[in-house]
Design a protein around this ligand. Structure first.
Ligand SMILES: Nc1nc2c(ncn2[C@@H]2O[C@H](COP(=O)(O)OP(=O)(O)OP(=O)(O)O)[C@@H](O)[C@H]2O)c(=O)[nH]1
Ligand SMILES: [Mg+2]
Length: 358
């Protein structure tokens, strides 16, 4: 494999050298700032930049990569960046440019944050907090990665919905239409009743569609657990009384367009009066950032106590989760990763979410 090193007194010049020789599809393996001395491109410069790059793997080139190279590539994969991407990143704002000059390794870290879907201002903030804008060009890029990821982890708070040792837990899933509320309840009910041997009951307060109640009742029948439909306060009271011996009650609600404030208010009147009911906002990771923010704001009337992020399998840009946490700090309780019931769900943990992001 042809791995080459390019040196120049500025990072831009080094990138241009790579581009001229290897073309825009070339892959950057690493970027370093070095103190002037032996090997420097010019004796006048105090410092210089070195980029390690390789030609784009053409179809013939790929065939030549042996197994050892594969291992090597595997270990580098997360750092790989095309020259096009690098040029794009280098054209960022003045402050970032300065950061990249001080710490060329920060370009890779920034690239990873952006590719994961974290919004640009937040990515810049994480870099800054991780110390990327301080004069420490010799900081190994691995350390910078770690420090930046630790900063990301700091904004992720998690909570355990079912950890209460005493008393009944009543959790209502709320959120926009079609995000996966009913499916998530089925996954939770199955895991809680089959694996954790808890006694579980279900209530559907989807007072708009008969089919929605049937969907939940079908899951309940498979699991052999009770399920009630409650369309009014009296019916809800009745259902809760009937299931007062259960450890956990999961409540399914009708999806509401998040601009439909009137219906959200109706839901608040119905469940808001039952104090022990805690609500959890279900949001799909495929939702665009602005809509997610608005949904959280409008459903905020129901004072939800955790986020559940669904459909994380349908996007690579899972950083929207972090963007949302930065806008409205609320702990995350569960993440769902596919349509399979009950497999595709995991209890939120900082590491689990970080792994999902990068
Ligand atoms: N890919 C993927 N699909 C999911 C996930 N969770 C739910 N779904 C799918 O999303 C669709 C809608 O799921 P529901 O559970 O009916 O959504 P809901 O929020 O209850 O919908 P409404 O009651 O209509 O508001 C179904 O096809 C589910 O299989 C997930 O984590 N990943
Ligand atoms: Mg539903």
């Amino acid at each position: 494999m042809q791995i080459r090193k390019y040196k120049a007194s500025t990072i831009h010049d080094a990138v241009n050298l790579v581009k001229q020789e290897l073309g825009p599809e070339a892959l950057i393996l690493s970027t370093h700032k070095m103190r002037a001395g032996k090997g420097a491109p010019s004796y006048k410069a105090q410092e210089f930049f070195e980029i390690t790059a390789m030609p784009p793997p053409s179809s013939t080139g790929r065939a030549l990569i042996d197994e050892r190279d594969h291992d090597f590539l595997g270990s580098l994969k997360s750092e790989l960046m095309s020259i096009k991407e690098m040029i794009f990143l280098l054209s960022r704002s003045g402050r970032l440019k300065e950061g990249f000059r001080l710490n060329p390794g920060a370009i890779e870290v920034y690239g990873r944050l952006i590719r994961s879907g974290i919004a640009e201002p937040y990515a810049e903030l994480f870099l800054e907090k991780g110390g990327a804008f301080k004069e420490n060009g010799e900081l190994p890029s691995k350390d910078l990665h770690e420090r930046v990821f630790k900063e990301v982890m700091k904004v992720i708070e998690v909570t355990d919905l079912f950890s209460h040792d005493s008393g009944q837990v009543i959790s209502a899933m709320i959120g926009p239409t079609g995000v996966g509320k009913t499916t998530t309840i089925a996954k939770l009910a199955a895991n809680l009743s089959l694996k954790q041997k808890k006694s579980v009951g279900l209530i559907s307060i989807d007072n708009y569609r008969i089919a929605a109640v049937d969907q939940l009742k079908t899951y309940a029948a498979i699991l052999g657990i009770p399920c009630f439909a409650a369309l009014s306060g009296a019916e809800l009271e009745f259902a809760l009384r009937r299931m007062k011996e259960k450890d956990i009650i999961l409540m399914d609600t009708a999806g509401h367009g998040h601009y439909d404030v009137e219906r959200i208010e109706g839901l608040r009147e119905l469940i808001g009066s039952y104090l022990p009911v805690r609500t959890h906002l279900v949001l799909s990771a495929v939702t665009n950032e602005l809509e997610m923010e608005r949904a959280a704001k409008n459903f905020g009337r129901l004072e939800f106590s955790s986020y559940i992020f669904t459909k994380t399998d349908e996007t690579q840009a899972r950083g929207v989760i972090v963007n949302q946490l930065l806008k409205l700090r609320t702990p995350v309780s569960f993440i769902t990763t596919g349509q399979r019931v009950p497999e595709d769900i995991f209890k939120a943990s900082k590491m689990g979410i970080l792994r999902l992001l990068f």
